[in-house]
Each structure stands twice: as structure tokens, then as C-alpha cells.
Design a protein around this ligand. Structure first.
Ligand SMILES: [Zn+2]
Ligand SMILES: [Zn+2]
Length: 394
């Protein structure tokens, strides 16, 4: 019989050492070379079938002794272009780079979970793929899927954990349905005609047109979309003009459109049509031209009801309480969404915020840090959800 808690606790020191080592050596998306090498060797030493995939990604396959379903446990590996200001003795040694989103913890938790699960493969029906995914902060999941991570053996379900400082340590963020926003990015150029600011009638001013566009785009959210369907249109950058007395020839604008819709394909099309209609109308009215490019990013992340139930049950066993659940949704993007669009999936959040330990900084902040006492819960959750999913014959 497995005593999961005891086995995890016996490896807690190794768990924290691993996390600190990854923390010290952050690498950007698709450049996780050192990280990837350590993971590869670790899984190889456990006796798993290990494969490199999607540049720096690694997948370790555990075959249980009895046949059954195939499950993915996923951790992301990439760090951010942030200069660390935590002052920790294991702070980043890579200048300008930092694990400021907790992915260092995700890797360590999944490695330890693999180590424990390997020892119990006699009690496991089916297979587990330990998926270490590159470049989450931009997009890496789809590359892994294109290179076959969901095939051979074919995957029946996927779990992912995100350690999360906006939730308190000990809390679990869990919800079904769409939980993280779909993201569409855009680049928009407004083209006028340059000239002297003393003779505006001889030029066409793209700056005035741009300000109108930026204002009016905001009315889509408040006047054209069902207020019960969350939508956020944001302009993140604007560039135009070279001198105080020169009418600019063009303005470049970029931003993000985020939404959480139920029928994503249909409603997204309608939203993007409205978006372009506003731009086109104002450009016509103000006699400027425009060029608009959409850059699709993630679809929405959809948590499957059955998978949510596995997490709920595992959480009650892990934490020993059933009142620590928070129905958590966020408009932030997460590329685990790509898995969730293809196989029954769930991504859930393990709270990490602790004021006394100063682990309550937001994600991507230069003083971000993890509450390391919660890492063992992540390992335990991986193990419990995996065993429950695989040993349930339905
Ligand atoms: Zn992040
Ligand atoms: Zn993250």
C-alpha cells in the first residue's frame, strides 16, 4: 500500500533543492537548454522512456504494469526577462532573467512525482506522460502537440498545476468550464500624410484619428458585448510622430483582446468583426488608411467536469479539509488551453501567497517568490490525481 504523504515528505529536501537549482538558472522560452538536460537525465535515471520534443521540451513515459488509459501530467519550464530583486541566496545568476512565475517549482514538483510514481508502477493501470513544456509565457504547447505529444500512446486526459501567489497558501483554485481567457493580439497601423503643424489642411493627421479609434474601441466592451461575457480590449503600445511641429505620417498601435466565451469560435468571429468595423468606420470618417493584423495566441482554457472532480477529491485527501476551494478564473492567457481543447483536461491553482514569508508578490514581479512549504502538496496532488484517473476504469 502506498503512503503517499510519507513518501513525499521523505523527498521534500530534494524537492526544494531541485527548485532552488532551477531558480538560480532561469532560461527563456525555447532556450531552456540546461533545464531540459537536467530533466532528461533525471527521467532517464528513473528508467522512463525519455524523448526530446519541440526544441527544448522533454517527455518521460511511464508504462504501468497493467494496460489502461494514458495520462499527461504537465509542467512548464520557461523563465522571464525580469531582473530579480529578491536578494535570495539562490537568486538568479543569469543576468536579466528570472523564474518570476513559479515554473521552477512546477518542474521540481513533477520530477519528484515521477520518482515516486515509478516505484509504484505495479499498482498503475495504463501510462503516464510526464510532459515538460517549453515557452509557456509565449506559446509552446501547440508545438508539442504538432510533434505528437498527444499520440503514441494516445492521451486520454491531462492535468496541470500552477502555483499561484494571488491565492493564500493552503488554498486551491479550481473551477469548471472556461477558466482562463482566450487571447488575440493585434498590430494596427494608421496611415496619414506628413506635413507642417501650421498647415494641417495640407496633411492628414493619423494621431487624431488614432485617439478616436482608441476611445471608440472601448465602447465595444460596454455597448456591444453581453456584459456577462468577459471581454478586455487593451492597447499596450502606441508609437507615432518625430517632432513637436511635424504632422506624423503614421501611428503604430498594438494590443490584446481577451475573452472568455462559451462558443468561442463563433463569438470570437463576431467580436473581431466589430473591432475592425470601428477602425474602418473612423478611418473613413477621418480620411486615413489602416492596416490591421490579428495574431492568434491561445484559445480559452476549458476545465473538464470529470477532471475537476478528480482534483477535488485529491485535494481533500491532500489538505485534509474541504473548505479551501476558491472558484478561480482569470483573463490571463495560458497555453495549456491547447491541451484542454483536445483532451479532457484541468488546470488548477495551488495557493502560494504568504505575507510573512513575503511570497505575496504578483506573478512576473521582480520580487516574486514561492512559498516552498506548498511544493509538497503539488507533488501529492500530481500523484493522487494520476492514480485516481488511471485506476478508474470509466
Ligand atoms: Zn507567467
Ligand atoms: Zn506561469
Amino acid at each position: 500500500m502506498i503512503n503517499i504523504k510519507q513518501e513525499v515528505e521523505a523527498l521534500e529536501e530534494e524537492l526544494i533543492d531541485l527548485r532552488r537549482d532551477f531558480h538560480m538558472h532561469p532560461e527563456l522560452g525555447f532556450q531552456e537548454f540546461r533545464t531540459s538536460k537536467i530533466i532528461y537525465e533525471y527521467l532517464n535515471n528513473l528508467g522512463l522512456e525519455v524523448k526530446k520534443i519541440a526544441k527544448t521540451g522533454v517527455v518521460g513515459l511511464l508504462k504501468g504494469e497493467k494496460p489502461g488509459k494514458t495520462l499527461i501530467l504537465r509542467a512548464d519550464m520557461d523563465a522571464l526577462p525580469v531582473t530579480e530583486k529578491t536578494g535570495l541566496d539562490y537568486a538568479s545568476v543569469n543576468k536579466g532573467l528570472m523564474h518570476a512565475c513559479g515554473h521552477d517549482g512546477h518542474i521540481a514538483m513533477l520530477l519528484i512525482a515521477a520518482k515516486i510514481l515509478v516505484n509504484h508502477k505495479g499498482q498503475i493501470s495504463g501510462n503516464i506522460k510526464f510532459v515538460f513544456q517549453p515557452n509557456e509565457e509565449e506559446a509552446g504547447a501547440l508545438d508539442m502537440i504538432k510533434e505528437g505529444v498527444l499520440e503514441d500512446p494516445k492521451v486520454d486526459g491531462a492535468f496541470a498545476i500552477h502555483l499561484w501567489t494571488p491565492l493564500k497558501s493552503g488554498e486551491i483554485g479550481l473551477a469548471e468550464g472556461p477558466v482562463m481567457g482566450a487571447l488575440e493580439e493585434f498590430e494596427l497601423t494608421i496611415m496619414g500624410k506628413a506635413g507642417h503643424t501650421g498647415s494641417p489642411h495640407e496633411a492628414i493627421d493619423p494621431i487624431l484619428a488614432s485617439t478616436n479609434i482608441i476611445q471608440t474601441l472601448q465602447s465595444i466592451q460596454t455597448r456591444e458585448i453581453d456584459p456577462l461575457l468577459p471581454t478586455v480590449i487593451m492597447i499596450g503600445k502606441i508609437n507615432g510622430g518625430t517632432g513637436r511641429n511635424i504632422i506624423a505620417d503614421k501611428v503604430e498601435i498594438g494590443g490584446t483582446i481577451r475573452f472568455l466565451f462559451k462558443d468561442e469560435e463563433k463569438e470570437k468571429g463576431i467580436l473581431l468583426e466589430k473591432f475592425e468595423r470601428v477602425i474602418k468606420g473612423i478611418c473613413e470618417a477621418m480620411n486615413v488608411k489602416y492596416k490591421l493584423d490579428f495574431i492568434p495566441s491561445n484559445p480559452a482554457l476549458l476545465n473538464n467536469q470529470d477532471m475537476v472532480n478528480y482534483v477535488r477529491k485529491a485535494s481533500i485527501e491532500t489538505f485534509g479539509v474541504d473548505d479551501n476551494f476558491v472558484k478561480y478564473r482569470s483573463m490571463a492567457g495560458e497555453d495549456f488551453a491547447e491541451f484542454s481543447q483536445r483532451v479532457p483536461s484541468v488546470l488548477y491553482f495551488i495557493g502560494n501567497g504568504n505575507e510573512e514569508k513575503e511570497t505575496n508578490y504578483p506573478h512576473h514581479h521582480s520580487k516574486f517568490n514561492l512559498d516552498e512549504d506548498t511544493l509538497k502538496y503539488g507533488v501529492e496532488m500530481h500523484i493522487r490525481t494520476a492514480i485516481a484517473f488511471l485506476n478508474n476504469k470509466n
